[in-house]
Design a protein around this ligand. Structure first.
Ligand SMILES: Cc1cc2nc3c(=O)[nH]c(=O)nc-3n(C[C@H](O)[C@H](O)[C@H](O)COP(=O)(O)OP(=O)(O)OC[C@H]3O[C@@H](n4cnc5c(N)ncnc54)[C@H](O)[C@@H]3O)c2cc1C
Length: 508
């Protein structure tokens, strides 16, 4: 009998794992609570518009990059992408606008707009990022969860280290334990603001807190190039779903898992809200560790027994979806823009704005465009207001909506005049549509090398998604999902060569 694999959640992490394992001939079922796939990287339809729900910027599709690796492993011929000219335009409070792109002319812009020290900073960042992406693509188990994994990490990590002639080992060692800010001593406020804004959206922490190695890798997205997805960002998840089904796997919607039933420390089935039971030899939870713990109840494996509350620096998102009449919008607007108004960043003081491409007729009624605005926000106040003071919650929602629209108007002139539909979403909205605990998004802020959760929760029980290494972003969760699929697939093949997956077997 073939091992039965159940993936809970059709986010990018879960779908990647499912697609790779289905392709290797395994029996895979994905259970998704919502009516469509993608989670934080979904596109949803409302009144003629197709809005990107959370993620809007797609990176990692370059040859040899994370999404190319995933396509290869999942048997996907091509992603439905079009390359973008530049990643985004960043607007600083002093009126400076900086285009973040891959071409060599970036150096001229960096020198002329960001002042002394900026070139030195970005040379360090790019060199470090090159080395770290090379390491990340080797799919080492991180953080190591056993002596064997520690050995594997060292065995692959040492040759990598020796191959990094361009990097100084002592500096690399120091960067493992210090924040990005260590490389910004004496930098202009303009450069610091740019770096902080970019780090907040990519590493979930600003330069004072973001780890230097993670931060350097996270800041590299614009240089590696971004793409536009025809039909919206949800096309990535839809492509993965197609691959799973083509390889004989199943993706079932409106099936919210309510319990992972365990026997003798191993999964035996997944129960759903509709009362269905899916027998399972292996379970992959595309969930936060807190959501996974809820499904396990009293059968918590040791890896989840000391979770405590959500981390104090956990972020939520406040979003505004705007349906726009495109007629009065200026020509040639960048499709992705970051507007930084003041410190502290987040809470509407920094806003990310993504406009659907004019060429993509599927995103909006003729002549219209779909816009997603988002800002980082702390979770606790939203929940306190929602539970204790509903009028305050509604007032805060209205005030934040106005703050985001006002900020975005600076980058998209005529925005409010052209708006035909305005839909705000708070962390409660994210909690409702993605089931993520308290609407926590973005994974663990990348403040330390060992902050992410280990993927193996126990025998035959795995975690995928943005809580495991390498953390948040579409490309990162896809890479994490690929790494877990490969670990499981290797071990499973070895076991299946000698025996069926019986009760005593576990992976690995
Ligand atoms: C506002 C915002 C903006 C972002 N911007 C970008 C960006 O521009 N670029 C980028 O690369 N990344 C961005 N990200 C990050 C990126 O979207 C996430 O890191 C990534 O999509 C998370 O994927 P995941 O695999 O962790 O799954 P999730 O997205 O968390 O999906 C989990 C899935 O599991 C389902 N589920 C949950 N519980 C259950 C259950 N009990 N039973 C069945 N199904 C269940 C949910 O419905 C959901 O579909 C952004 C995130 C947000 C919130």
């Amino acid at each position: 009998m073939k091992a039965r694999l159940v993936v809970i959640g059709a986010g990018i992490g879960g779908l990647t794992t499912a697609a790779v394992l289905a392709r290797s001939g395994l029996d895979v079922t994905v259970l998704e609570a919502h009516v469509s796939p993608g989670g934080c990287a979904a596109t949803y339809f409302h009144q003629g518009y197709r809005f990107d729900a959370g993620a809007t910027l797609a990176g990692g599709f370059y040859p040899g990059g994370p999404m190319a690796r995933v396509a290869q492993a999942a048997g996907i011929e091509a992603w439905p992408v079009r390359p973008a000219d530049s990643a985004m335009c960043v607007h600083l409070p002093d009126g400076t606008s900086i285009t973040r792109h891959a071409g060599d002319s970036r150096w001229e812009e960096i020198r002329s707009l960001l002042g002394a020290g900026a070139e030195r900073f970005f040379r360090w960042q790019e060199q470090t990022a090159d080395a770290l992406w090379d390491l990340a693509l080797r799919l080492l188990p991180w953080p190591p969860q056993s002596v064997g994994q520690m050995g594997a990490t060292l065995a692959s990590g040492m040759p990598w280290l020796f191959s990094q002639a361009a990097l100084s080992w002592p500096a690399l060692g120091l960067d493992a334990f210090r924040p990005v800010a260590a490389h910004l001593a004496g930098a202009s406020e303009r450069l610091r603001l740019l770096v902080d804004g970019q780090l907040l959206i990519s590493a979930q922490a600003t330069s004072q807190h973001a780890n230097a190695l993670y931060g350097a890798a996270a800041l590299d997205l614009p240089r590696r190039g971004v793409v536009h997805l025809a039909g919206g960002i949800g096309a990535i998840a839809e492509t993965l779903v197609d691959a799973i089904r083509r390889h004989g796997g199943r993706v079932v919607y409106r099936q919210e898992a309510t319990r992972i039933r365990m026997r003798a420390g191993r999964p035996e089935a997944v129960e759903t809200k509709r009362g269905d039971v899916f027998p399972a030899d292996l379970v992959f939870a595309n969930l936060t560790p807190w959501n996974a713990a809820e499904l396990l109840g009293e059968d918590l494996p040791p890896a989840l027994r000391r979770l405590g509350p959500l981390p104090p620096d956990a972020w939520g998102a406040f979003v505004v979806y705007v349906g726009l009449d495109g007629a009065s919008l200026p020509e040639g607007l960048p499709l992705h823009q970051q507007i930084i108004r003041r410190r502290p960043l987040g809470e509407g003081n920094s806003v990310f704005a993504s406009l659907s491409p004019a060429w993509d007729a599927r995103r909006a009624p003729p002549g219209h465009r779909a816009l997603t605005l988002s800002t980082h926000t702390r979770l606790a106040d939203w929940w306190r207001m929602a539970e204790q003071d509903r009028p305050a919650y509604e007032a805060q929602k209205a005030a934040m909506t106005e703050k985001l629209l006002a900020a975005a108007e600076a980058a998209i002139p005529g925005l409010r005049r052209s708006a035909r539909l305005v839909l705000p979403g708070t962390p409660l909205t994210f909690q409702r549509f993605t089931r993520r605990k308290s609407g926590w998004v973005g994974g663990f802020p990348q403040t330390g090398l060992l902050r992410t959760h280990g993927p193996r929760l126990g025998p035959n029980l795995w975690l995928v998604g943005d809580s495991i290494f390498p953390g948040q972003s579409i490309a990162a969760v896809a890479l994490g999902g690929l790494s877990v699929a490969q670990m499981v697939s290797r071990r499973l093949k070895t076991i299946e060569e000698t025996t069926n997956l019986g009760e005593k077997e576990s992976i690995p």
